[in-house]
Design a protein around this ligand. Structure first.
Ligand code: F6P
Length: 544
C-alpha cells in the first residue's frame, strides 16, 4: 500500500481543504437548515452532534474514502478477530474480548479466550461480594472498610476515573483510594487516616515489575506489618492483579489471591479486566457487568454500523481533518459533569500513549502529523480559566463538549442545577461556532476602539456528545467510543497504537541516576554537565 500522504485520497483532501478556505459555520448553517439533524448520530444511549465542524458533505465523503483506502475496516475486523495487530510486541489486541458475552468465541493462538475472561470475572465477583458483605475480614477479624488500589498508568487511571465517575453507584460505607505516584506523599495521604486492621491493598500491575508500584506496595506492606505485628497478616490484606504470576509470588502475595489478565490486554485498555477489581468492589458485580455491557454495545456499533453512521469512525475522521489538514496541535475534552473530573486524564493515556508515535508500521518517519495533545477539565470551571484562549486565541482547538440529559439521581434537589450546567454546555458550543461579528458588537453601542476586543470570530469546532445519564453502562459506552476513535486514527496514520516504547528510556535513566543521588561515592562521569550540576546541588541540599 502506498504511504498515507501518497494516496490519491490524501491529495484529494488537501485540495478540498484549500478550496474550502475559510468557510464560516454561520454560512454552512444558513445554507442548510437541516444541518443540525443531518450531522448527528445516535447509538445506544449516546447522541453525537457534529454539525459544528468545519466540514461539508464533500469533506465527510473524502474522509470516508480515506478510511476505506487505508484499510481501517480490515484492521478493525483483524482486531476483533484476535489477529496480532500489535506487531512490535507480537500481540493480539483484544480488550473487546473483556466485555464479550459468555457464549462468544474469540481465538488467540487457537484458544477461545472468552471462557477465561468470564472465569476471572466470576472470581472477581465472588471476592467483591465477600468484601462488600464483610465475610472477608482483615487479619484481626475486622471488616474491610478501606480499599487501596496501588498501580500506575493503565493500572490506576481507569479504576480511579471510573470510581469518581460512578460514585453515586458505589457502596458509600467503603472508602477507596488510588495510589500511583512514587512520591511517598501519595501513599502517606492514602493511609494516614486508615485503620490497618480494615484496609485491603490491591496491587495492580500488568507486568508486576513497574518500579513505582512495587516500591509503593513494598512500603504499604511494611506499614501493615509494623501496625499489625505479623507477617502472616499480608495474606488477608494484599491481593494482586497481574499477568505475571511469577513476580506476584516473588513479591510475597499468594497467587490464589491473584486475579489474572493477559498480554493481549494493553495497559491503557485494561480497566474492564481484573484491573477494575477495586471498581467492582465499589459498584458490586452487577454494576460492573452493566458497565461491561455498555462497552460491548459500543463495540458492536463500531463493528457493524455503516461508515456514515459509525460514531467512533466519524470522531476519528474529524480528528484527522483537524490534525492533518488544519494543523491543530491539541484536542480539548470538556466534560460537563463534576463526576468526570478524571475523564480527560484517563483519555490522555488512552490517546497520547497510543498515537504519540512518529514512525509508521514499516519503521519509516511519518510525513504527517499524528496524535494530538489531549487536555481539558470539567465545565463550567474551565470557562472561568482557559476558555478565553479557545474563544479568542490564535490556536485552533477542536473540542468535545460532553454532557448528560439527566442529572445523577442521588443529587436530589441539587439536581435542579443541572439545567444551568447544560445551558452552559450548549452555550459554549454555540459561542465557539458562531461567535459574535464586529457589526453586531458595534450595533450594541460599543466604542469603536473596543470593538475588535469584544468580537468573537467563531468557527471554533466542537462535537457535542450528549448521553442520557451517567450510569455504569453509559460510562462503558463512552470509553469504548474513545477507544475506537483512537483505533481509527492509528489505523489511518499507519502506526502501532498498541505499543509504548517511548516510555522506556526515562525508566532506564531513572534507575541509572538514582545511585548518583544516594551513593557515598557517586560516579557522575556518564552524566551530561547540566545533569551533573543538578545532581550536585541536590546532593548538597540533602547533606550528601
Ligand atoms: O510506563 C507505561 C506503562 O507501561 C503503561 O503502558 C502501563 O499502563 C503502566 O506503565 C503500568 O504498567 P504495569 O501495569 O505493568 O505496572
Amino acid at each position: 500500500m502506498p504511504r498515507l500522504n501518497h494516496l490519491p485520497e490524501w491529495a484529494a483532501l488537501a485540495k478540498h481543504r484549500s478550496e474550502l478556505g475559510e468557510v464560516h459555520l454561520r454560512d454552512l448553517f444558513a445554507e442548510d437548515p437541516e444541518r443540525g439533524s443531518r450531522y448527528s448520530v445516535a447509538t445506544g444511549d449516546v447522541y453525537l452532534d457534529y454539525g459544528k465542524h468545519l466540514v461539508t458533505d464533500e469533506t465527510l465523503r473524502l474522509l470516508q474514502e480515506l478510511a476505506a483506502a487505508r484499510g481501517v475496516f480490515e484492521l478493525r475486523d483483524a482486531m476483533f478477530r484476535g489477529d496480532k495487530i500489535n506487531f512490535t510486541e507480537h500481540r493480539a489486541v483484544l480488550h473487546t474480548a473483556l466485555r464479550a458475552p459468555r457464549d462468544a468465541e474469540i481465538f488467540v493462538d487457537g484458544e477461545n479466550v472468552v471462557p477465561k475472561v468470564h472465569a476471572v470475572l466470576d472470581r472477581m465477583a465472588a471476592f467483591a461480594d465477600r468484601i462488600r458483605s464483610g465475610e472477608w475480614t482483615g487479619y484481626t477479624g475486622k471488616r474491610i472498610t478501606t480499599v487501596v488500589n496501588i498501580g500506575i498508568g493503565g493500572s490506576d487511571l481507569g479504576p480511579a476515573m471510573a470510581y469518581e465517575a460512578l460514585r453515586a453507584f458505589t457502596d458509600r460505607s467503603l472508602s477507596f483510594k488510588f495510589v500511583s505516584n512514587v512520591d511517598g506523599a501519595d501513599l502517606h495521604e492514602a493511609v494516614r487516616d486508615a485503620d490497618p486492621e480494615s484496609t485491603l491493598f490491591i496491587v495492580s500491575s500488568k507486568t508486576f515489575t513497574t518500579i513505582e508500584t512495587i516500591t509503593n506496595a513494598t512500603a504499604a506492606r511494611t506499614w501493615l506489618i509494623e501496625a499489625l505485628g505479623a507477617e502472616e497478616a499480608v495474606a488477608k490484606h494484599f491481593v494482586a492483579v497481574s499477568t505475571n504470576a511469577g513476580e506476584v509470588a516473588k513479591f510475597g502475595i499468594d497467587t490464589t489471591n491473584m486475579f489474572e489478565f493477559w498480554d493481549w490486554v494493553g495497559g491503557r485498555y485494561s480497566y474492564d479486566s481484573a484491573i477494575g477489581l477495586s471498581l467492582m468492589i465499589a459498584l458490586g458485580p452487577d454494576g460492573f457487568r452493566s458497565m461491561l455491557d455498555g462497552f460491548h454495545r459500543m463495540d458492536e456499533h463500531f463493528r457493524t454500523a455503516p461508515p456514515e453512521v459509525n460514531a467512533p469512525l466519524i470522531l476519528g475522521l474529524l480528528g484527522i481533518w483537524y490534525r492533518d489538514f488544519h494543523d491543530a496541535q491539541t484536542h480539548a475534552v470538556l466534560p460537563y459533569s463534576h463526576y468526570l473530573s478524571r475523564f480527560t486524564a484517563y483519555l490522555q493515556q488512552l490517546d497520547m500513549e497510543s498515537n504519540g508515535k512518529s514512525v509508521d508500521r514499516e519503521g519509516r518517519p511519518v510525513e504527517w502529523a499524528t496524535g494530538p495533545i489531549v487536555w481539558g477539565t470539567p465545565g463550567t470551571n474551565g470557562q472561568h480559566a482557559y476558555y478565553q484562549l479557545i474563544h479568542q486565541g490564535t490556536a485552533l482547538i477542536p473540542a468535545d463538549l460532553l454532557g448528560f440529559c439527566k442529572p445523577v439521581a442521588e443529587l436530589g434537589a441539587l439536581g435542579d442545577q443541572h439545567d444551568l450546567l447544560m445551558a452552559n454546555l450548549f452555550a459554549q458550543g454555540q459561542a465557539l461556532a458562531f461567535g459574535k461579528p464586529a457589526e453586531q458588537v458595534a450595533a450594541e453601542g460599543v466604542a469603536e476602539a473596543e470593538v475588535p476586543h469584544r468580537t468573537f470570530h467563531g468557527n471554533r469546532p466542537t462535537t457535542t456528545i450528549l448521553a442520557d445519564e451517567l450510569t455504569p453502562s453509559v460510562l462503558g459506552q463512552l470509553i469504548a467510543l474513545y477507544e475506537h476513535k483512537v483505533f481509527v486514527q492509528g489505523a489511518i496514520w499507519d502506526i502501532d497504537s498498541f505499543d509504548q516504547w517511548g516510555v522506556e528510556l526515562g525508566k532506564v535513566l531513572a534507575k541509572r541516576i538514582e545511585p548518583a543521588l544516594t551513593s557515598d561515592s557517586p560516579d557522575l562521569s556518564a552524566l551530561d554537565s547540566s545533569t551533573v550540576s543538578l545532581v550536585e546541588r541536590y546532593r548538597a541540599l540533602r547533606g550528601r
